[in-house]
Structure formats: structure tokens, C-alpha cells
Design a protein around this ligand. Structure first.
Ligand code: ZN
Length: 141
């Protein structure tokens, strides 16, 4: 099974894409640069970076920019297989609550690898967002 361990080689292309996306981050206010990369069924990798705005509530996280890019490219629910989130922060940076909710729309138990260049840890979305609100709660699934 893929993406079961933090040191598995299948993470390598996602890590490269996430670090490359981080270089594109628009973070002039916080300086907190974040990169993300999604792996889709079929092996496609889609990157994202945080995009800040002078109107702070308009800031968008790297995870959500990656999801939006993937959806624009045709991603459907169930197509999302794995996520990497990278920062240069001392503490590993998990997806925020808003991103967890957006991610669960596409994969309920997504493996999520966090990396800061010094350490890695593997989480799963079910652990980060237990008892998630999904389309089942609306009777849509
Ligand atoms: Zn977020």
C-alpha cells in the first residue's frame, strides 16, 4: 500500500513539488511560506502555495490553492490520494481547520506528510478531523 510510511519513496515527487510551490508563495506580510502538493489517481501531482492579501481574511492556504488547481484540472471526489505540506518553520505545520474541511470533501482518510526540511511526520485526515461533516450529513452521499 502506498503512502503508509513517512520515509516511503513514493513521497519524493510530492515533496519536490511542494518545495517548488513554496518558492512561489505570496507571503509579503507574514513571511510564512507554505508549499503543498497533492497526488491524484493516475499519479498526477498538483502543487499549491499560500497567497496572502493586504485584506488578511482573503489569504488562502497552500493546501486550498492546490485543491482549487486540481479541481480546475478535473479532480473529482475520490481522486485525491495523498498530500504533502512543507514549511521552513521549526514546528511541523499541519493543515488548518478550514483546509481540513476542504480536504475531507475529496478524501476522507487522506495521508498527509508534513516536512520542514529537518523532520517529517505522517498523519491521516481522519485523525486530524474526526467526525467530519461531509456530504453524508446532507444526505448527498
Ligand atoms: Zn489552511
Amino acid at each position: 500500500m502506498l503512502f503508509k510510511r513517512a520515509d516511503s519513496p513514493e513521497w519524493t515527487p510530492l515533496l519536490k513539488a511542494a518545495w517548488a510551490a513554496r518558492e512561489q508563495a505570496h507571503a509579503p506580510y507574514s513571511g510564512f511560506r507554505v508549499g503543498a502538493a497533492l497526488r491524484l489517481k493516475g499519479g498526477e501531482v498538483v502543487g499549491g502555495c499560500n497567497v496572502e492579501n493586504a485584506a488578511y481574511p482573503m489569504c488562502t492556504c497552500a493546501e486550498r490553492t492546490a485543491v482549487c488547481a486540481a479541481v480546475a484540472g478535473g479532480m473529482k471526489a475520490g481522486d485525491l490520494e495523498a498530500l504533502v505540506v512543507v514549511t521552513g518553520a521549526d514546528a511541523l505545520t499541519p493543515p488548518c481547520g478550514a483546509c481540513r474541511q476542504v480536504l475531507v470533501e475529496f478524501a476522507e482518510d487522506l495521508p498527509i506528510l508534513l516536512d520542514n526540511g529537518r523532520q517529517k511526520i505522517l498523519h491521516h485526515l481522519k485523525e486530524l478531523l474526526p467526525s467530519a461533516f461531509t456530504g453524508r450529513n446532507l444526505g448527498a452521499l
